[in-house]
Design a protein around this ligand. Structure first.
Ligand code: ASP
Length: 322
């Protein structure tokens, strides 16, 4: 008989709507506790509340606590489900994907509409996640996100709509699988998956900046002054920046502060293609680390983890190309 553990962390899936004010708020008892009644005797489902936080309040330290909790319980369960607010769900999912070394299914899910709202997706997403977590084919895929009848790799998925239930999408590659009433269909697999072992999460002063037309060195200078441990930039297109940012970046790099570059486009890879001032080729030659296929928030999570393992910019660069 398979044993599944649900770990609640908060978010809309743990909240209810106040019918008088329309406000969505946390409640004392989890609205979806006692989920076992929806399944036959073939599953044992345990649950625990680790946090009860709206996900904007989830920090990398919470993520590490969650990872440690799962790691401790890996021998006792066949699969894990984490319920989480959708705002930062993709960051927690990617963090767990980078640090958990297990071939057992670990699924994150949430809800766009709380349990007592019309058209709520809360119960449906939790039931779907239990189905996926108990499915043999969900093994060896790293951390998965199950929402709205789709299964996504943590690495690829992002929240695309503020309120639509079809918010979670993997823009570059699409979902790795889907659920129908009767079946779970995986239509591709995962070719490689590297994990990193970390024991601590120190203060996470790793900064994320987004490039824009007319950007100059002002923000970079201010950030440099604050002495960050690392910087991630969501650059333009294939990985370019306005030329007036370059001098400040040079000074940051001279101070051995790792600078990681992704694109603000939600599809495609960054590459050192352009040779003009501020172009990707020049930025690459300066020592900026190009991170392929990650969003800014995910590259930041990876940089925080990389900095836990080493302060050496060359080693950090290697971690980004594995
Ligand atoms: N603001 C909520 C949160 O992330 C949204 C949600 O859970 O869907 O906690």
């Amino acid at each position: 008989m398979k044993k599944i553990l649900i770990i609640h962390t908060g978010g809309t899936i743990s909240m209810l709507e106040n019918k008088e004010t329309g406000e969505i708020r946390p409640v004392k008892e989890h609205p979806l506790s006692n989920i076992s009644k929806h399944f036959t005797d073939s599953l044992i489902i345990d649950e625990q509340v680790l946090f009860d936080l709206p996900s904007p309040q989830i920090t990398p330290q919470h993520m590490l606590k969650l990872a440690n909790e799962i790691e401790k319980l890996i021998p006792s369960y066949d699969g894990f489900i984490v319920t989480h607010g959708t705002d930062t769900l993709e960051e927690t999912a990617y963090f767990l994907d980078l640090v958990l070394k297990t071939n057992k299914p670990v699924i994150l899910t949430g809800a766009m509409r709380s349990s007592n709202e019309i058209g709520s997706d809360a119960l449906h997403n939790l039931l779907s996640s239990i189905r996926v977590a108990s499915e043999g084919e969900a093994r060896e895929k790293g951390v998965l996100v199950v929402m709205n009848d789709e299964i996504h790799l943590a690495e690829n998925v992002t929240k695309t709509s503020t309120s639509n239930v079809a918010t979670f999408q993997s823009p570059q590659f699409g979902p790795i699988g889907i659920l129908t009433k009767e079946k779970i269909i995986f239509h591709r697999t995962r070719l490689s998956h590297t994990t990193f072992k970390i024991n601590n999460m120190s203060n996470d002063d790793v900064i994320l900046l987004k490039a824009y037309s007319g950007m100059n060195e002002q923000l970079f200078k201010a950030v440099h002054k604050s002495n960050p441990r690392g910087i991630v930039i969501e650059a333009l297109g294939q990985g370019n920046l306005p030329k007036d940012t370059v001098q400040a970046l040079k000074e940051i790099i001279q101070d051995r502060i790792p600078v990681v570059l992704v694109s603000r486009c939600f599809k495609g890879n960054v590459q050192p293609a352009y040779g003009y001032d501020g172009g990707g080729k020049q930025l690459n030659e300066l020592g900026i680390i190009f991170a392929d296929g990650l969003t800014g928030p995910k590259a930041r999570i990876k940089l925080i983890i990389a900095l836990e393992m080493s302060k050496d910019v060359e080693l950090i660069k290697k971690m980004f190309i594995t």
